[in-house]
Each structure stands twice: as structure tokens, then as C-alpha cells.
Design a binder for this molecule. Sequence first.
Ligand code: BG6
Length: 506
Amino acid sequence: MRPNPLRLEGDRRLSRIAGPSSLVIFGVTGDLAFKKLIPAVYDLAAGGLLHPGFSVVGYGRREWDDEQFRALVLESIQSHAREPFNDDVFASLREGLRFVEGTFDNPDGFTRLAEVLRELDRTRGTAGNHAFYLSIPPSQFPVVTEGLAAAGLSQSREGGWRRVIIEKPFGQDENSAAELNATVERVFPADSVFRIDHYLGKETVQNILALRFANSMYEPIWNAHYVDHVQITMAEDIGVGSRAGYYDGIGAARDVIQNHLLQLLALTAMEEPVSLEASAVRAEKEKVLEAIAPLGHIPTSAARGQYLDGWQGGQHVKGYLQEDGIPADSATETYAALRLEVNNRRWQGAPFYLRTGKRLGRRVTEVAVVFNDAPSHLFPEVKQSQLGQNALVIRVQPDEGVTMRFASKVPGPAMQVRNVTMDFGYGHAFTETSPEAYERLILDVLRGDAPLFPRHREVELSWRILDPVMAEWETSGKPEGYQPGTWGPSSADQLLARDNRVWRRP
Ligand code: BG6
């Protein structure tokens, strides 16, 4: 008998295949579903990671039948999937595609949804296991979760599970996050709620755990005795684009620091968890977030900016205030930087600097751990500033990998030294390509595997760090303008200059 290619002995995917289930997407005609969620489902199917009966139900207002939904799914896959298009994979997926027409507040829509899910249980063997993806504004969460409850869809039945997936923003501050959480958890038990932070689905972000805890050489120096400071950068070269409605009034700090950057900080700074179980990993991240000292004087521990119109990459680009849908007097920041101190034995004395912005020099996300200066008495001709500092840079994207920077002798008769780098790149080291973040996260939801999903407490602690900054900014005028294509406002440079440090120029 020929071995089934999906069931090879020792196949590492085996333990990762999702059981029978379906995914219901609310907001299925939106951008996220089209560009990320549907392509991720296809890529999982193409990788043999989904059950053959896996089904996707789109729920929305359009007067569509299943065929119209299937056409949308096909277009989304053809334009955004990572894996090459395969007729057989699509044909099998297509069989399990259903569309339910309904508004969020109409009980009839939810009744029809319940019927369709029962039909899928019967015909596709989805076994009563259903995940509900709320790719909709948080203001709609209460009505949708209550609609699900009223139609009997929120409670696990006959051994089947029910899970709900929610996207940020998880509130606008600590209080609204708590309210939102209460709304969702009134209907779904806490362990059935999966909060997506798509950065945690990125391979390079998960590699922070492997780098730190699957090696022995970093641990002894991973503390303030050896680390001078840490810089976490998430820079984008794009502007706000068509997302004015979401972004204005939210801004860079709420959009990205509250979630992605504080999660990167937590993974970089946390202690080794006792296992990779969700509760163990989350507990260690929470301890770090809890140990972050409250920001005292905001003007000296935070900086903000707003991009002006100007030139970027040979093109003239609009300033934030000229973008479509942005009020001409908006004070929303498109750049934010924070200086944070983690008050525990490992990190006291080594600050963490976080920055993010739109319309910056280039798209790059990295965590740079910068080490103390070496004594330079043996190299009197070399200025310390030329030597720079040793650094370990986790390159989250693009050009995923890790760089180590250290000094080396320049060939020649003199004892000259210069900084050089040693690189690990995913593209060179592995033949496997990295899955998209949403593939990993959707698979984990279907498998009920939660370490990559922040629980409510983490969200709450992150807001607690940010709330005083936002309160100060709301009452202190406008952000400083910065030119597109640069590395942000001068106040961000001063933030580090006060500590005799400079931002990296990635
Ligand atoms: C999102 C933010 O969470 O992350 C966006 O809302 C940002 O403003 C995006 O553009 C960046 O994601 P990525 O994966 O391209 O770095």
C-alpha cells in the first residue's frame, strides 16, 4: 500500500492538523477577509492542514447566494494566496463554502446561520465545531455575540466546541477594553475567546522564544548587566491610505504600540515559561507588562509626530492632514515613541525604547538588543563611537533573520577595528517558506491552541501603560510634523539623546 503523503511517519505536520470544523466569518466582504483570512484558509488547505470537510460560511448583508460567495473566494485566493493555485484543493474547499445573508441585528439571519451549520455538520462532518471570526468594528460585537447566543450558537453542544475570534482594537483604553471584554465573555467563556494580534503569528516573532530558550549562549548575557538598552522598531513607508475612518482618533500608539510592540517587548523581556502551554506563556508576559514602571513625565518619556506632505522615494506624497477623510485639524499621531523601564531584577537600568510610524524611511520591524561598550584601552586610535556597540538584531520583517554586530580587525598592518555583521537569513537557512501570520493563527484557533493569543489581562495591562500618555497628548496640542521618508520627529531623537543614545538607522 502506498503511504498517504499526509500521514508519513514522523511528519511534523501530523500533530498540527485541525480536526473537523467550520469557520464563520462576519465581515466577509471586508478587506481583511479578502486579503488575509480567505487566502490563509486556502494556504492551510493546500498544505494539507485542514480536515477534508472543513467549511467556511460567510455572513453578510449582501443578497448573495453560495455561488456569488464562491466567486469572491476564488478571486481572493487567486490574488492573495501564498501557495500556487491548485484546482483539486479549491474544488474540495469550494464544496464547503456557504453564504448566509443577514444583518447583524436580525434574528432571522442567525436562525438561518444555525440551519446552515447543522447542514454542514450532517453533510461535511464538521461535528458541531464552529469558530466565529468577528472581522467587524468592535461596536458591533455586542449585537453579534448576543445574536449568536440567542440562536443557540455560542454554547458547546454534544462534544462540539464553539470559539470566537476577535480583532483589535480591543478598546480605546483600559476601561473600554474591560467593557468590551465583559460583552464578549458574557456569551463566550474566557477560554473560547481568541484575540488576534497578528504579530504573534509571524514566524520571526515566535522565533524570539526559540532564540532565547532553545539556546544557551544568550541567556547569561540577556540582562541589564550586559544589555545597555533595547530598541523595538516597527516602521512603515506607507501612509494611512484608505483607512482614515479607523485610524483618525486612534493613532500610532493605540494602533500598534498597545498590541504589537508591547507584545514584542514582553517576549524579549520575559522569563522562561515552565512550558509552552498558553497559561504558562501568558503568565510570564503578564509579569513583564506588570513590571513596566508607570510613565512619569510624559514629555520626556514619549514622543509623537504627524507626517507632512513632501517627497518619498521620488514621489510627492500627501501629508496626513491632506489624506482623504482626515479632518484638517486632526491631532492624531502617525508616529509614536516611548521610553519604558522594566522594573525587575533582570532589566532594571536597561531601558526599552519603542517606536512606530507611517511614512518613515522604509518598512522594517526589528528588535535590537544593544550591549554595553567593551573597554577600549587596547585600541587607543579607535574612537568608541566608531566601534559602536555589540548588538543582536531580530529582523522581524522584511528580510527575516537575525544579525549579530561586533567589532573585527580591519586587514592590514595597523590594529584597526571596525564593526561587522554576521547574518542568519530565513531564505538561506531553510528551504521551507514561512507561513503567513493568519495561517498559523487560524490553525491554532481550530486546534484550540492558545499561546499566541493575548488574554484579557495582557490587553488590560498594555492599556494601563499607554493610558497616561494618551491622556497627556489629548490635552497638549498637536504632534510635531515630520518629513515623509525620514525617521520621524526631532522629539523622538531627543528622547534618546537625553540618555546619550541614538536610534538605529535600519
Ligand atoms: C496593523 C495596523 O495591525 O498592522 C496597521 O493596524 C499596520 O496600521 C499593520 O499597517 C502592519 O502589519 P504588517 O504585518 O504589515 O507589519
